[in-house]
Design a protein around this ligand. Sequence first.
Ligand code: 5AD
Length: 439
Amino acid sequence: MKRVGFYTLGCKVNFAETEAMKVQFERAGYQIVSFLEPAEVSVINTCTVTGPSAHKSRKMIRRAHRKNPQGIIVVTGCYAQGFPEEIKKITGVDLIIGTHGREELPGLVKGLARQRPQNLVVPFPKKASFEMLPPFRQRGRTRGFLKIQEGCTAGCSYCVIPRTRGPLRSLPPEEAIARAGWMVRSGYREIVLTGIHLGLYGVDLGAGEITLAGLLAKLEEIPGLDRIRISSLEPTDITGELVEQVLGSSQVCPHFHIPLQSGDEEILERMNRRYTLSEYKYLVNWLRQLKPDLAISTDIMVGFPGETDQHHRRSLEFVQQVNFSRLHVFKYSPRPGTRAINFSGQVPAKVKDYRSSEMIALGNEMAKAYRLSFIGSTEEVLIEKVSSAWGEGFTPHYIRVKTTLPGKSSCWQGKLIPVLLEKEEGSTLTGVPGLQLQI
Ligand code: 5AD
């Protein structure tokens, strides 16, 4: 039996696509092995959102070749789509294919004439369609990703992703519901909806057809689907309809991840983000008025070209004021083909490092305070992992919890249980099963 190993870099969309590619190879008769084992085929699903992620993608391609010098190396994903010429230069690469046209990937590998390397990356056609990869199920998992949207045309000045992910496309609602139903029937209790510009789900399907809120309403009707999470939403896409749908639902988690990128007005404008700080603040205040304990997390970038110490201070202050439940901190990285690469005032690496450590420290502080605010309360935890004495999982607000379990712990895998949260242990809260279970 032929073997295939996968390595995935980057975002949730990439991870979801890798899982789908595994199914393709399984169906074609391959055995899936770990990336470190000998294999006839290695697939590296790359990322290029920052310079370091492209660098790591190259490193993993070289590692795959060293490990399996006779094996076929397939390079796919955003780095492949955006920069195939760079990948062509790496020894050992056999097939380069980007972020679309992978519907028959095992067939392409089989037909490979090994005239190294074959570059199958093509630009996105204007009327590109949603890439239909097979549905998948990760074994033993209770939480799974469902990609419902592809592409971005927002044009943030720092971002290379519009080039690597093409125009806006949405998975038709019937198909999204069918896939979600299939995931639930095969064991998932929680579905994380992902996309590149997720908030624009539906816009390409025709006026008035469907929105993300409309899709959520339909997904909620699937029996057995305990939880739905939304991965990331631009502030400008959060509509009244969506807020009502999310906050009024017992299944959609009370958590919004809303990328801010900078807490300084001038920098925000140069990033070509299409909102002001007061609009962002207004949005957050509105959401918190409706649900005070709502989890609001964000992406924030430090060291954007032209960012002075003063801008950075203002950004820290704004972030502190908003008081996020969690921060993802990125150091600005110049990307070829973006406007910001030519901006004056590029910030030295050492300064970025320092600013990033300050921002991360603030993020840790805020996350801790947010976590601690739940101590003493009882929250539902979806048990994802069990050991002999413990179960582990997340609350709807995305706080990681470890709890003791009554009876045989393996029975609790994939179950929702109320947990009385008692103490902090690192970045996890520990607790005991809540009242309803102890009776
Ligand atoms: N440099 C650093 N971070 C970036 N991101 C996007 N482009 C860049 C870049 N050039 C970050 C943004 C985005 C996240 C997914 O990646 O914060 O929200």
